[in-house]
Design a protein around this ligand. Structure first.
Ligand SMILES: CC(C)(COP(=O)(O)OP(=O)(O)OC[C@H]1O[C@@H](n2cnc3c(N)ncnc32)[C@H](O)[C@@H]1OP(=O)(O)O)[C@@H](O)C(=O)NCCC(=O)NCCS
Length: 179
């Protein structure tokens, strides 16, 4: 499955992408947003994860993010719960030079359209660490609503931080589209 936007294309992840994920996740600024794990994954761990993807492809949709000049800058995913017609959305732009240029917004919009229109989801949700102000601003701008927090959920450099839970329902997404 390929999803095309104006600034980015979302395509299936390839084995040749994996060393870049490992490199990106060595950067505190990137890893801080997605994991409290003090070390990033190894190439071996990424390879094991990648080999397991085909078995999970009904429930997990993973995409690599390319810019229009074919620069691979990150990845994004939907983890589905088909019984309840919902999915958890995730995004990682690993190349920090690509931050603040509207890529995140377009990636999220493409995945949400795919989720609500193609996969007929009722709800898309996410968890974001309280210190991730860039991501929180992005999600609010897209229309996600905060619905609670998991207190002291992540331990980062000696301190605990909440995880904020946010979601969007299909009807809210449709309303955003018609505005
Ligand atoms: C969070 C992330 C996806 C944002 O992607 P991005 O491409 O930088 O976001 P965009 O350029 O589309 O910006 C979207 C909005 O974020 C906000 N934003 C952008 N730069 C910001 C900054 N420096 N500080 C605070 N908010 C900022 C703005 O509201 C912006 O909208 P606007 O440009 O219309 O004003 C990206 O930084 C990332 O992948 N970080 C590492 C992993 C991570 O934290 N993932 C999210 C886990 S929940």
């Amino acid at each position: 499955m390929i999803l095309r936007g104006e600034k980015v294309t979302l395509r299936p992840i390839a084995a040749s992408d994996l060393p870049r994920f490992v490199r990106w996740l060595k950067n505190d600024a990137v890893r801080k947003g997605i994991s409290g794990n003090p070390k990033g994954p190894t190439v071996q761990q990424e390879k094991t994860w990648f080999r397991g993807l085909p078995k999970k492809k009904k429930d997990e949709k993973h995409f690599a993010i390319d810019t229009q000049n074919d620069l691979h800058i990150g990845s994004a995913s939907l983890r589905l719960n088909t019984t309840h017609k919902r999915a958890e959305i995730g995004i990682l732009i690993g190349d920090t030079r690509a931050w603040g240029r509207g890529y995140g917004k377009e990636v999220m919009s493409l995945l949400m359209r795919y989720g609500f229109e193609k996969l007929k989801l009722h709800r898309i949700d996410l968890g974001v660490y309280a210190y991730n102000t860039r991501a929180i601003a992005l999600y609010k701008k897209l229309g996600f609503k905060p619905e609670g927090a998991r207190r002291d959920f992540v331990f980062w450099k000696g301190k605990f931080y909440d995880e904020i839970l946010m979601s969007m329902l299909e009807k809210e997404w449709k309303n955003c589209q018609s505005r």
